[in-house]
Write a protein that binds this ligand. Structure first.
Ligand SMILES: [Zn+2]
Length: 289
């Protein structure tokens, strides 16, 4: 089970959300058979979406993070519910790239920088609210920080990391989003920046301690307290009705032909490993008008 915490400085000017999503990212790897660089790109996006989704706080709301930088991995799409439970996929799970000169996975090269990061908040009424920012690094954390600054005018420090083991399993996945609230002083901003630089990568912190430790360390000197802790996991919530949208492009004639040939149509959920079997044409067509 993953864990998400929210903490606030004593003076109320600095808040942080931090998450350990190791199990969920490992689950995503097993569902989608991602190679390491894609595991990292998808996992970082999952961590970000989980923290942003948890901020929604209203039953039934959801948040979608979509990244398309024109790189070999294609589109990455992650949906979070209002607690921070996530599901997601990357268009091309089997991208393989050489490591960077510093030994890290080439996430930026896999994602690309020719495109957008979009945040779509579905608040359950009216049209979903979308905000976008052009990708600059493709490393995701930096791009997300820029999104908050440019699109929401909130000074933000963000770290996202996925540590992949020799056998390609996920050793640690997590991150944090630290933000200044209106009225924060320049001293506060400078101190937070120092803390972030000193704290090190999210995965190194999670190897050495808990997600609470990470949140409190980044807010060191601000007399922070933990406000809230939530369990978070990979959660799909797909239904027979919902997977039918995946074949909405298939014509009725084609569906009838497939049923005649095979006696059934199998539709796999895009987000998990659930396979739904349909044998009845009227159910297949029920969503269409
Ligand atoms: Zn599913």
């Amino acid at each position: 089970m993953g864990k998400l915490v929210r903490a606030l400085s004593r003076d109320g000017f600095v808040k942080i959300t931090a998450v350990d999503l190791t199990d969920a990212v490992e689950r995503a790897r097993n569902i989608h058979h991602t190679l390491p660089v894609v595991t990292a790109a998808l996992g970082r996006t999952m961590c970000a979406a989980s923290m942003m989704g948890n901020a929604l706080k209203s039953d039934g709301d959801s948040l979608t993070l979509r990244i398309n930088g024109g790189g070999p991995v294609g589109t990455i799409l992650v949906v979070s519910d209002d607690r921070g439970n996530v599901r997601g996929y990357a268009q091309n799970p089997e991208v393989d790239l050489p490591l960077r000169p510093d030994g890290k996975l080439s996430v930026g090269a896999a994602v690309g920088t020719d495109g957008m990061l979009s945040v779509i908040r579905d608040l359950g009424f009216g049209e979903p609210v979308t905000g976008s920012v052009e990708l600059v690094s493709g490393e995701i954390a930096e791009d997300l920080a820029r999104y908050f600054v440019d699109s929401e005018q909130v000074p933000t420090a963000c770290a996202l990391g996925v540590l992949v083991a020799q056998d390609q399993s996920v050793l640690r996945a997590g991150g944090y989003i630290a933000q200044l609230l209106p009225g924060a002083s320049e001293d506060t901003a400078a101190r937070l920046e120092e803390n972030v630089a000193r704290a090190g990568s999210a995965t190194a912190q999670l190897m050495g301690g808990s997600v609470e430790d990470m949140a409190l360390r980044v807010l060191d000197g601000f007399e922070p307290s933990i406000l809230e802790t939530d369990d978070v996991s990979y959660r799909c919530g797909c239904t027979r009705e919902r997977v039918l949208t995946a074949i909405s492009g298939v014509t009725e004639d084609e569906l009838r032909r497939m049923l005649l040939e095979d006696g059934k149509i199998e539709v796999k959920c895009r987000f998990c490993d659930q396979v739904y079997t349909f044998t009845d044409i009227s159910e297949l067509l029920a969503q269409r008008s």
